[in-house]
Design a protein around this ligand. Structure first.
Ligand code: 0A1
Ligand code: ZN
Length: 881
């Protein structure tokens, strides 16, 4: 191991920086064999007068160091593989260093690296130190000037943050550009690009009348696929002005798309760098989901300009300060651009699948972690998505107006600073005039709380009493109670909400429309509503008002009723999920897993299918049975095979019971014209493809063959990737000749398009066919498979290990061995991406003994490997416990 037993860093050890760097002058001289980076730093001491200057630096070949123009002798400083230390420095001075780096050999994609012919950078969290010596911590904010020099023919485009202020040519066909960023920023927001790219340009006029140039930079052959990204950026800019009163602050906003990128995108000031998967869109190659993800990620990075860049994090433990808040803002944006109900359901589904699992596993951590070994391992669904749920709860508690007041105060108080989560919560509380002291426990408490609801209805007195009880996660039974908003409605017989009058003497309740926000602050509290005389069914945790596991007192009849009638779309969908979960778990528990489904569910499902008023997107979500992973979370010992078969059987039974309606719905939803990317067209495609899934599962051979033939036609003739991919999935799932022919033709059509080829790998990796493991193994050897491209590695291995529960947990243990092999192979090149794959082993304790032992064996194998990265080491040791 490079670093035997890497040591954790603790939040409690934070110390203010002894030195600030007010100005940074960088020069990059890019050459094929090496890149020289010269840095001039204006250093100012603000702490301990005796402290030496300690700068971070990794894999740098130091050429020279000078202070105020005087070169330092070699014994005047010390260099280790992580730092440069200079004792006895003055209180203010200019430090000049020159280093040599090798971006062409950088396979970790952190720091300065090459993606194809493009030079680009990724500095968050700690990549800047791979380019020059610097105090690489976010509470050091500086103004940057950057000079880039490179071969003019090979790298005509030279970009960095801020404004382009000067340019020129030098000898032998080289040219240079100078950039200046007027806004002080932490070094993780620095960016540089040198490439041969084309620009899709536009403008945006801010509400104060300033014209901002917008530029999307891509490889020449993708220039036709940028308009959606550009229009997403414009929408984001307008939305942030309108919803939060925030304008963009520079005159230029650039987005560069690259093919090799560890994450989705990066919010570098004025120069975002994106994984091209989140930029490029054409109807023929991008699905509706891709279009929506692109809009969402562009918005996310844009919103960071205020929540992240203007106000940044004091230290990396505060990551959720910028990420939770920015995810919340992008969720609000997407809800406004699409459908709030569909967006909310999709997000909760994701949260339950990934974050609840993380919260229940060995890498559980509070949204503000207390320690880490490798910071890159903490860009998690907990920090991001549970972090966003915490912000959402603040929004629910404060209301839209109070939330805006809090945000206004946050911007006013902290603009230009590097701050903590406590600073944020204090600004929200002060701005809105509320007390969030107890609420702030959400930042410190790991794990998912359980919420138990019980209802009592005294019809004669008209009192409806809801008892809410919160239980901390089982490993921290003494954790103090949290402050959580529980949104409640009471649905009358006629399907309408009854008016709610909370008892004044009880705990705090705010009524908004026909929904009551009950503020639960103790372990158990009773909320009483008066004047409830008729029969009602409670609709609980509306819009998923708190990230908890809810145990509600609903009977199957209540669930069937809520499925059909609840006015809260989230609860309506959730009633279907809960009902389906119950019947599927019962089916698994029955040894033969056979027998018909509860007829009340089948009937309620059929009514949803036939409900003509229901929006197609929502209907598609409601018709989809819970994911096998979510079902697994509810079992004492996960039975991947039992779950898969029970779910497949349920799909067939539902399809058989509704065969005619499914056929009719399919026919009725046939595209009326050429592809359109509007809400109605998207809803139709979603529903039609959800229906196709059932039609391809009916037990009647004739019907099924007809449906598969239609899927084949759809694959061959669709004018858009949404329909083509949906049909491809059906044919792959059908196996046999259907699969062989479809796999071959999809490949033949798309082999030249990397992002579509990723889909080709993923669809095969996620298949429930029994031979999927063998096929994934073979696909690892395919000429188009490579571990060097993160998207490709994730498309096959990430999808197989995370999204294919039945395939990955194949009894043979072969899935585990394959994944560990590939993690080790990848770890030598790109530890960040390798580490992300380790999570598939997290839940070994939840499986039967044989599977558990086989997973553990692979984890031991990882940990025992010499030269393992800190990234993989941290997660694999945690998984072993
Ligand atoms: N801040 C980015 C995510 C990001 C984080 C780390 C990266 O490299 C290790 C890259 C991107 C965001 O939230 O979009
Ligand atoms: Zn972010």
């Amino acid at each position: 191991m490079k670093d035997p037993r890497p040591q954790p860093i603790y939040r409690r050890d934070y110390r203010p920086t002894p030195f600030l760097i007010d100005e940074v002058d960088l020069a990059f001289d890019l050459r094929a064999e090496q890149t020289t980076v010269t840095a001039e730093l204006k250093v100012r001491r603000i702490g301990d007068p005796t402290a030496p200057l300690v700068l971070d630096g990794e894999r740098l070949q130091l050429q020279s160091v000078a202070i105020d123009g005087e070169p330092l002798a070699e014994d005047a400083y010390t260099v280790t593989d992580a730092t440069l230390t200079i004792p006895n420095v003055p209180d203010t001075f200019t430090l000049r260093t020159e280093v040599v780096i090798f971006p062409q050999d950088n396979t970790e994609l952190s720091g300065l690296y090459r993606s194809g012919q493009t030079y680009c950078t990724q500095c968050e969290a700690e990549g800047f130190r791979r380019m020059t010596y610097f105090p690489d911590r976010p509470d050091v904010m500086s103004r940057y000037r950057t000079r880039i020099e490179a071969d003019a023919a090979a790298y005509p485009v030279l970009l960095s943050n801020g404004n382009r202020v000067d340019a020129g040519t030098t000898d032998a066909g080289r040219h240079w550009v100078r950039w200046e960023d007027p806004f002080p920023k932490p070094c993780y927001l620095f960016a540089l690009v040198a490439a041969d790219l084309r620009c899709h340009a536009g403008t945006f006029t801010t509400r104060s009348g300033r014209e901002v140039k917008l530029e999307i930079w891509v490889e020449p052959h993708n220039i036709d696929a940028c308009e959606h990204a550009l229009s997403s950026l414009r929408k984001s800019m307008a939305w942030d002005e309108q919803r939060y009163g925030r304008e963009y602050d520079l005159d230029l906003y650039m987005i560069v798309a690259v093919s090799d990128f560890n994450m989705a995108a990066m919010e570098n000031k004025g120069l975002n760098i994106f994984n091209d998967k989140y930029v490029l869109a054409r109807p023929q190659t991008a699905t509706d989901e891709d279009y929506e993800n692109i809009e969402g990620v562009i918005a996310h990075e844009y919103f960071h300009n205020w929540t992240g860049n203007r106000i940044t994090c004091r230290d990396w433990f505060q990551l959720t300060l910028k990420e939770g808040l920015t995810v919340f803002r992008d969720e609000q944006f997407t809800a406004d651009m699409t459908s709030p109900a569909v967006k909310r359901i999709t997000d909760v589904r994701g949260l339950r699948t990934a974050q609840f699992a993380e919260d229940a596993g060995p890498n559980r951590h509070p949204i503000r972690p207390d320690s880490y070994i490798e910071m890159n391992n903490f860009y998690t669904v907990t920090v991001y998505n549970k972090g966003a749920e915490v912000i959402r709860m603040i929004h629910t508690l404060l209301g839209e107006e109070g939330f805006r007041k809090g945000m206004d105060l946050y911007f006013e108080r902290h603009d230009g600073q590097a701050v903590t989560c406590d600073d944020f919560v204090a600004a929200m509380a002060d701005g809105a005039g509320v007390d969030l002291t107890q609420f702030s426990r959400w930042y410190a408490q790991a794990g998912t709380p359980t919420l138990v609801a019980e209802a009592e209805h005294d019809r004669d007195a008209g009192t409806y009493t809801l008892t809410l009880r919160q239980q901390p996660p089982s490993d921290t039974p003494d954790a103090p109670p949290l402050h959580m908003p529980v949104a409640v409605g009471l649905v009358g017989d006629d399907g309408r909400d009854v008016a709610l009058t909370p008892d004044q003497a009880g705990p705090k309740v705010t009524v908004r429309g026909t929904t009551a926000i009950c503020e639960l602050t103790e372990a158990e509290q009773r909320f009483v509503f008066t004047g409830v005389t008729g029969d009602v069914v409670p609709s609980l945790l509306r819009d998923f008002s708190a990230p908890v596991r809810l145990h509600a007192p609903h009977t199957p009849d209540d669930l069937a009723f809520l499925m059909g009638r609840d006015g809260d779309a989230f609860c309506r969908w959730d009633a279907a999920q809960i009902f389906a979960r119950q019947i599927l778990l019962e089916a698994v528990a029955k040894a033969d897993a056979g027998g018909p489904l509860d007829p009340r569910f089948v009937e309620a499902w059929g009514r949803i299918l036939a409900d003509e008023r229901l929006d197609g997107s929502l209907k598609a979500l409601m018709l989809t049975l819970p994911d096998e992973r979510v079902l697994g979370q509810a079992m004492d010992v996960v039975d991947p095979d039992g779950l898969h078969h029970a779910r497949e059987r349920a799909v067939t039974e539902l399809a058989d019971a509704n065969a005619t309606t499914l056929d009719a719905t399919w026919d009725a939803l046939a595209p009326k014209g050429p592809y359109a990317n509007d809400r109605d067209a998207i809803a139709s495609r979603r529903l039609r493809n959800a229906v196709l899934r059932y039609r391809c599962a009916v037990s009647d051979d004739g019907r099924r063959s007809a449906a598969l033939a239609q899927a084949r036609t759809q694959l061959d003739h669709a004018d858009n990737m949404t329909d083509a991919q949906a049909a491809f999935v059906r044919l792959v799932e059908a196996g046999g000749e259907h699969r062989d022919a479809a796999t071959e033709s999809f490949y033949a059509t798309w082999r030249q398009d990397p992002l579509v080829l990723d889909k080709w790998f993923s669809v095969q990796a996620v298949s429930g066919q029994p031979d999927t493991l063998a096929r994934v193994r073979a696909l690892c050897e395919h000429a188009d498979f490579t571990l060097d491209n993160p998207n490709r590695a994730r498309a096959l291995l990430g999808v197989f290990s995370v999204r294919n529960q039945v395939g990955f947990h194949d009894r043979s243990g072969g899935g585990y061995a394959l994944l560990a092999d590939k993690i080790l192979e990848l770890d030598r090149r790109n530890p960040q991406v390798a580490a992300r794959l380790v999570g598939a082993f997290n839940h070994w304790r939840r499986f039967d003994e044989a599977r558990g032992a086989a997973m553990r064996e692979q984890l031991h194998r990882l940990v025992g490997t010499e030269g393992l990265s800190r990234d993989v080491y941290e997660l694999a040791t945690k998984a072993l416990g």
